[in-house]
Design a protein around this ligand. Structure first.
Ligand code: KIV
Length: 263
């Protein structure tokens, strides 16, 4: 059975913690889905992780649709959330609405995610049956305005503003709230005051769910990851050793051997 926004709401009422991971392709999505991850986020971190850009800003609608469709084909049970890329929803509610629709209609997503408080667009999408996840705190599409990737809402005024934006996004109809790089105490307070679940990344243990970028979790990401990243494997090393063994075997004439040849 497919995980839906009703399950998310149940997780919150049952006080159940849940994991969320990013996925960008069919194979990874099917592994994560079978491993029991209930929500797969096709993040616009696609830009950095898969496409090699420095920021998420160059990511286009077409790239997001292409990768979301691949993830949706691999996700039998997980809910697939598509990140709306920079420039696809900031201009007008009409444009944001049209682009949001494309993720469900053309790519098979089950919800979209928007950075920043976007009350009108959220209302419009939700009214037409498109679940929305909000994203507050460090919003990487505003990296230049924020002056870099830094922890947000450290002053009492900024914390109050963030808290009030969170309440407004819940009121506008958001199904969940991603909170990125904010002090743990603030994330806990926001999580306690909302009826929708919060999903933290660098926001401490008081959030209802936790999200990680899959390549960070697998130890394939940046060599100097942010403080909130915990690598559960060292796949960069594992892959390097495997391909070096292959290289050595080919160069040494040991591959293919009889066992891997047709006779
Ligand atoms: O794009 C992304 O992967 C994200 C998560 C880091 C929350 O927005």
């Amino acid at each position: 059975m497919r995980v839906t926004v009703r399950d998310l709401s149940r997780f919150k009422t049952e006080n159940r913690r849940f994991p969320v991971l990013t996925a960008y392709d069919f194979l990874t999505a099917s592994i994560l889905d079978q491993a029991g991850i209930p929500i797969l986020l096709v993040g616009d971190t696609l830009g950095q992780v898969v496409l090699g850009y420095e920021t998420t800003l160059p990511v286009t609608m077409e790239q997001m649709l292409h990768h979301t469709a691949a993830v949706a084909r691999g996700a039998r049970s997980a809910m697939v959330v598509a990140d709306m890329p920079f420039g696809s929803y900031q201009g007008s509610v009409e444009e944001g609405f049209r682009n949001g629709v494309r993720f469900l209609k053309e790519a098979g997503a089950h919800a979209v995610k928007l950075e920043g408080p976007r009350l009108q667009l959220t209302q419009a999408l939700v009214e037409h049956g498109i679940p929305v996840m909000a994203h507050l705190g460090l919003t990487p599409q505003s990296v230049h305005a924020l002056g870099g990737y830094r922890v947000q809402a450290r002053t009492p005024e900024a914390a109050d503003r963030l808290h009030s934006d969170a309440l407004s996004m819940e009121k506008a109809g958001a199904s969940a709230l991603f909170l990125e790089a904010i002090p743990a105490d603030l994330a806990t307070a926001i999580s306690r005051s909302l009826a929708i679940p919060t999903i933290g990344i660098g926001a401490g243990s008081g959030c209802d769910g936790q999200v990680m970028v899959i390549t960070d979790l697998l130890g394939m990401g940046s060599e100097t990851p942010p403080k909130f990243v915990k690598a559960y494997a060292d796949l960069r090393q594992t892959i390097t050793e495997a391909v070096q063994s292959f290289r050595d075997d080919v160069e040494g004439g040991r591959f293919p051997d009889d066992a891997h040849s047709y006779h």
